[in-house]
Design a protein around this ligand. Structure first.
Ligand code: URA
Length: 323
């Protein structure tokens, strides 16, 4: 049988049915190898489903019956994600008194990959990596899913993937932009000059780095510390969202424009976003200036400190010495 040709005739015997299923399985495997949307596990499932439906068309063993005509078996369509525009940004949400837990989207399969066009538009343009529907993932699962990531061009220049660091059950998460040179070398976020300032800010708030969690929008260093580009953010953002689903913090501090705008799906400048409570998936989110910006513009530290003091209030922390 030619692997390119659709199957137009219904199977007339169990042998032919087996061939159809095998053909479909090989076609799906080929799709997977060439970067198609259907993974082996899904291909096998799809083949099994197709097999069951085809089997129902066969007469019982030994019986002689006319097989009813049927629709041709179609090869799976091209990736729905690439063709489906991302959903419109949700309207700015008010902060609720008791935030619900971060929710997983409805379309994840057991391996976290997209199987078919979602019936309901998810809040994100796709399922979350490492996330099984209805289950809270672990950071380890998400890290495994990230693997030796080649999903965007940042992989070519990086030394290390900088996944995140800190308490996997932190109540407070800081989200930065992307690793710089030192972070790339060490594989740990915020360990350079901006990291030193962030550490001081965290301590001034009455926390230690071990108590909280720190990660970035993109996990690989943009060359020369340039801004992350839209395609790079799009490739990496689902991992950030999975991380937040795993941690389920009480408060997220978005450091700078990229973190705030990405999580909020809001293009308002950080100068206007900062200092205003927002909500990310039911979790309080405070946008503030990025520490690297504060190093360049120390006069703005006062505003950032005001923002962080609002966060401290949530945790019942008293203002300590400002750095
Ligand atoms: N800047 C960031 O946004 N993240 C880091 O990890 C370091 C610097």
């Amino acid at each position: 049988m030619n692997s390119w040709a659709p199957v137009n005739e219904p199977p007339e015997s169990a042998e032919e049915l087996g061939e159809v299923v095998e053909e479909l399985r090989r076609h799906l495997l080929w799709q997977e190898e060439t970067g198609g949307p259907v993974l082996l596990a899904d291909a096998t499932k799809l083949a099994a489903e197709r097999s069951a439906s085809l089997r129902s068309m066969l007469p019982p063993r030994g019986a002689v019956a006319k097989v009813p005509p049927t629709e041709p078996v179609q090869a799976p369509s091209s990736p729905p994600r690439a063709e489906t525009p991302p959903p419109a940004a949700p309207p700015p949400a008010a902060v609720s008194a008791s935030p619900p837990a971060i929710r997983a989207p409805v379309t994840a399969t057991s391996n976290g990959m997209l199987l078919d066009v979602p019936q309901q538009a998810p809040r994100y343009p796709g399922p979350l990596p490492g996330v099984v529907e209805g289950e809270r993932p672990t950071l380890d699962q998400i890290r495994r899913e990230l693997g030796d990531c080649r999903r965007c061009k940042l992989c070519t220049g990086r030394k290390n993937i900088v996944f995140g660091v800190g308490n996997p059950r932190a109540d407070l998460v800081f989200v930065g932009e992307g690793p710089g040179e030192n972070e790339d070398i060490q594989g740990v976020p915020f360990v350079g000059a901006a990291g030193e300032l962030l550490t001081k800010m965290i301590q001034a708030m009455g926390f230690s780095r071990d108590e909280i969690y720190i990660c970035n929008v993109v996990k690989c260093r943009p060359p020369g510390n340039r801004n992350p580009e839209a395609d790079e953010i799009a490739a990496c953002e689902p991992f950030l969202r999975s991380q937040l689903l795993a941690i389920q913090p009480k408060v997220i501090v978005a450091l700078g424009k990229f973190a705030a705008q990405t999580l909020l799906r809001d293009t308002t400048p950080i100068t206007r976003l900062r200092g205003q409570w927002r909500e990310y998936q039911g979790v309080k989110l405070m946008p503030t200036f990025h520490p690297a910006y504060l190093l360049r513009s120390p006069a703005e530290k006062r505003k950032a400190w005001e923002d962080l003091q609002q966060v401290m209030k949530i945790f019942g922390k008293q203002a300590g010495a400002r750095t």
